[in-house]
Design a protein around this ligand. Structure first.
Ligand SMILES: [Zn+2]
Length: 73
């Protein structure tokens, strides 16, 4: 399963299925009553644009686990 990530340095999007989920606290409810996945996602491979291994919070990603996409811009 691939996630779409955005490089925070170049702001370019790429997809990857080589990541791992860390600090997974499961589904929590935030202050607004939304269910969110409280976890961090770490790339296993370096970013194709800048070479860093970025770390993302699950809420920063389009999250297929919850069956909805991130906020539209
Ligand atoms: Zn990057």
């Amino acid at each position: 399963m691939e996630f779409v990530f955005v490089c925070p340095n170049t702001h370019k999007a790429f997809s990857s299925d080589t990541f791992k989920i860390i600090d997974n606290n499961g589904i929590i409810t935030d202050l607004a009553g939304n269910k969110i996945l409280d976890a961090k996602v770490a790339l296993k491979n370096p970013c194709p644009y800048c070479g860093e291994r970025h770390l993302y919070h699950a809420t920063d990603l389009s999250c297929p686990f919850l069956g909805k996409s991130a906020k539209d811009e």
